[in-house]
Structures are given as structure tokens and as C-alpha cells.
Write a protein that binds this ligand. Structure first.
Ligand code: BTN
Length: 262
């Protein structure tokens, strides 16, 4: 773990920034700090990760030039509501991407928590919870990776970066500042008004809503029409047999071939 050099980002006072040049995973570092009592709003940011982690046990390529940060949150909510925060974070990323992407670029939210720019994945979110001994929620760590200057080539779903979509001169500090501001707005709204406005804003830009999706689950897969989000953020699929499937975790793809970027 090495302390960061270069310009210090300017963040709203709600955040306590821990800025690092390089770390294994900002999520691991944030979890370590949270378990040791770090305050709500502690934000671990690193210019580079040597062991970045993605969802479903995947690695997250983390060279310098992209954004890697993890926020410690201690909301007073039941553990069952924790997944809502992934959608809150996606809206924060979407607001930031909208501020940097050139006009007419298309931002979409892909279930559960990816942010797409022109059909390529520009950001991924890894939400992890720390339960207290009595089973209640102690803390959440919200890990966010944004492809700013580069993106990986060999991915199961096509990736892109802000730079590849035309935002060429964006520096990572400015991306962090903008994301932190947009996230704070959405976290405050979520805490004040609940999940309903978050769900509504997310659905307004949902990727492939009302289209047929293939969802890979731990024990197989299922296809159906993406007909909405449940009150807790689960994916609602209308299966061809007329049944409804409500899915809490999985990997989503468009059912037809040739979707997204090459
Ligand atoms: C995914 O789409 O699979 C989630 C990717 C999450 C990557 C971020 S980068 C910052 C934080 N630290 C990690 O090790 N992972 C998350």
C-alpha cells in the first residue's frame, strides 16, 4: 500500500478520503478499515490495484488511468435492503458519465449494477456487506471501477472507456470528484425517500427492458422478457411458459446474437 502523489481531489465534506498510489483491492482496504471502525463516508481511492476484484469471483483489471474507489457506508437499514445501494451507485456513476461523455452518447444501466456507455461496459460495482454479530448490518463497502483511459479487451461482455467514447482529456481526479458529488445526491435521496425514486430513475435507462434476456444463475440459466425490477431490485423475467421468475443474483446477456460492441 503506497500513499498517493499528484493532485488531491476536492470532495464534499461528507467524505474522508484515503488516497493511495497502489493497493491490492480498494474493497479489501475499505473492509479492513470499516472492520476497525472507520466512519461512514470513508472513501478509499487508489490509482492502481494489483488484485482488483469483480463480481462472481472475477478479476478486475486495474492499470493506472482508471478510477478505483471503495466507500464505507453505515446506513441504518436492514441487511435485506443492502442491494438497493448498488442501484444508487449506478445512478451516481451515470450522472458522472453524463457530465463527461460527449453529447448524444447513450448511458444505460445493466442489471444488476453495470453502467454501459454506447453498449459497452464503462463501469462495474462490487457491493459487499459487513454484518454485525447479531446479524444486523454493520457496514457496507461500495466498490466502483470506472474505465476512464483504458478498458480490457478480453471480457465476456464488451467493455469501453470514457476515452474510447470520445472523452479524451478526462483526468481520474475529476472523475472521482464528479462521481462523489453525484453519488452523494443519490445516497441522500435514497435515505430520505427510499428505493422508489432510485428504482424509477434506474428503469428509465435500463438496458434491454422489455426484451428477451438470458440469465446465467449459479445452477444453470433462464431466459425471459425483462419486465421490470421488484421492490428490492430483483430482476423480473416473464418466462415463455407464462411464468414469472424473480432473480436476485446472476449474469445477464441479450438473448439474440450480435448485441453490444465487438
Ligand atoms: C464488476 O463489474 O464485476 C464489479 C467490478 C468492481 C471493481 C471495483 S474497482 C474498485 C473496487 N475494488 C475492487 O477490488 N473492486 C471494486
Amino acid at each position: 500500500m503506497i500513499a498517493v502523489t499528484g493532485r488531491a481531489p476536492s470532495l464534499p465534506p461528507a467524505y474522508r478520503l484515503v488516497a493511495l498510489e497502489r493497493v491490492g483491492s480498494t474493497n479489501d482496504e475499505a473492509r479492513r478499515l470499516a472492520a476497525a471502525g472507520a466512519a461512514d463516508g470513508t472513501l478509499v481511492w487508489a490509482r492502481e490495484q494489483t488484485g482488483g476484484r469483480g463480481r462472481l469471483g472475477r478479476a478486475w483489471e486495474s492499470p493506472p488511468g482508471n478510477l478505483y474507489c471503495s466507500l464505507v457506508l453505515r446506513p441504518e437499514i436492514p441487511l435485506a435492503r443492502a442491494p438497493e445501494l448498488g442501484f444508487v451507485a449506478a445512478l451516481g456513476v451515470g450522472g458522472m458519465v453524463g457530465a463527461f461523455a460527449p453529447p448524444l452518447n447513450e448511458i444505460r444501466y445493466k442489471w444488476p449494477n453495470d453502467v454501459l456507455l454506447n453498449d459497452g461496459k464503462v463501469s462495474g460495482i462490487l457491493l459487499e456487506s459487513g454484518p454485525a454479530p447479531d446479524g444486523s448490518l454493520d457496514f457496507l463497502v461500495l466498490g466502483v471501477g470506472v474505465n476512464v483511459q483504458s478498458h480490457p479487451r478480453e471480457t465476456s461482455f464488451p467493455a469501453t472507456s470514457l476515452r474510447a467514447e470520445g472523452a479524451e482529456t478526462v483526468e481520474v481526479e475529476a472523475v472521482l470528484e464528479s462521481f462523489a458529488r453525484h453519488l452523494l445526491t443519490w445516497v441522500d435521496r435514497w435515505l430520505d425517500e427510499g428505493f422508489a425514486p432510485v428504482r424509477k430513475a434506474w428503469l428509465a435507462r435500463a438496458w434491454r427492458l422489455n426484451e428477451t434476456l438470458d440469465v446465467t444463475l449459479g445452477d444453470g440459466g433462464v431466459s425471459g422478457r425483462f419486465s421490470g425490477l421488484a421492490d428490492d431490485g430483483a430482476l423480473i423475467l416473464a418466462a415463455p411458459d407464462g411464468g414469472i421468475r424473480v432473480i436476485s443474483a446472476g449474469d445477464v446477456r441479450a438473448a439474440r446474437a450480435g448485441q453490444g460492441k465487438d
